[in-house]
Design a protein around this ligand. Structure first.
Ligand code: 5GP
Length: 208
């Protein structure tokens, strides 16, 4: 049984680092590579970070109902394909989705047992410092990301877990613990419980 984990966070909160660490340490976890209409950035690799497609192609895929969820984020389309979930199910792996708050809301409707985690920076000042430290963005973009973060964090209530990312090592341990605990929820254990119960069934006594 595949467990779907959703992670959302404002830009600069350290989400990508945490996701990369989790995936590196957990062979049972697969990353859901989304489709997007935005252009690749920096050293992003097609098929690894995203599948990059045209707006026209994206709209055609929406019409064919290929997405589990999709949303327009900062002027670009992003979507999770149904195929990714099918593949994870076939492989018997869990799935990690890095999607925005709109996508998380849609997915929880389709898959209510999905586990959602929201990552918060410790404060606005710390988020600003982190955005500056990675020196990827111009001053305008930094200010825009801070405004967007203020909007996004208001949605924390729709998530099952909220993690304040003070320190990356500690946050990775906490996230791994959430994943571990969710995997032993009773609803996910039925398959394993059956044979155990069966082994306790009374056996006929052998007469000598
Ligand atoms: P970026 O362009 O910085 O990689 O991502 C921008 C935002 O889009 C992030 O909040 C990211 O979580 C979100 N995003 C990425 N893939 C998907 C997707 O498939 N669906 C939705 N709803 N959001 C996504």
């Amino acid at each position: 049984m595949t467990t779907v984990f959703i992670i959302s966070a404002p830009s600069g909160s350290g989400k990508s680092t945490l996701v990369t660490r989790l995936l590196g340490a957990d062979p049972g976890l697969r990353f859901s590579v989304s489709y997007t209409t935005r252009k690749p950035r920096g050293n992003e690799k097609p098929g690894e970070n995203y599948v990059y497609i045209s707006r026209q192609d994206f709209l055609a895929r929406i019409a064919q109902d290929e997405f589990l969820e999709h949303a327009e984020v900062f002027g670009n389309f992003y979507g999770t394909s149904r195929e990714v979930l099918d593949q994870a199910q076939q492989e018997g792996k869990d799935l990690m989705l890095d999607i925005d708050v709109q996508g998380a809301r849609q997915l929880k409707k389709t898959i209510p047992e999905a586990v959602s985690i929201f990552i918060l920076p410790p404060s606005r000042d710390i988020l600003e410092q982190r955005l500056r430290a990675r020196s990827e963005d111009s001053e305008d973009v930094i200010q825009r990301r801070l405004r967007e973060a203020a909007e996004e964090i208001r949605n924390y209530e729709q998530y099952d877990y909220v993690l304040v990312n003070h320190q990356v090592e500690e946050s990775t341990v906490t996230l791994a613990a959430i994943i571990k605990a969710e995997r032993v929820r009773r609803i996910r254990m039925e398959r394993q419980i059956g044979p155990i119960l069966k082994s306790f069934e009374v056996r006929p006594t052998v007469l000598r």
